[in-house]
Design a protein around this ligand. Structure first.
Ligand SMILES: [Zn+2]
Length: 130
């Protein structure tokens, strides 16, 4: 369930799901991939999958309890966060749009000069500065 989503707290590498020799679910764990391949670069960090699942479940229950108890506050906080993220996205996209429009205008000028050069039989390479 959490494969590819867990990372070592020390080296920040992915942690890989490992099953026990006897395939007992309670012994399955996520282990640091760095330690798995280069034992001298990270310790043997691991977390048993049942412990991780329990921690995530408890956290989800805590968040759900908070949201149901303080729904108005949660909505206000999340709304503010989403607005910040969307304002930033709008700013970045406006910048991209301005850059693309500027390039489009440049291309229009180049095409127009190429067309005019064709009409006067000048070399089209003359539109490009050396
Ligand atoms: Zn590690």
């Amino acid at each position: 369930m959490f494969s590819g989503l867990t990372f070592c707290a020390d080296c920040e590498a992915k942690m890989y799901y490992c099953t026990s020799v006897k395939f007992e679910k309670r012994r399955d764990f996520f282990g640091c991939s760095t330690h798995r391949h280069r034992k001298d670069q990270c310790s043997a960090h691991y977390i048993r999958s049942v412990v991780l699942e329990d921690m995530v479940l408890r956290h989800m229950q805590m968040v759900i309890s908070y949201v149901t108890t303080h729904e108005a506050h949660f909505r206000a906080v999340m709304g503010a966060r989403l607005k910040l993220a969307s304002d930033e996205a709008i700013r970045v996209n406006k910048k991209k749009l301005a850059k693309a429009e500027k390039r489009l205008h440049e291309l229009d000028r180049i095409f127009m000069r190429l067309y005019e050069d064709r009409g006067t039989a000048r070399s089209p390479t003359s539109v490009f500065p050396p």
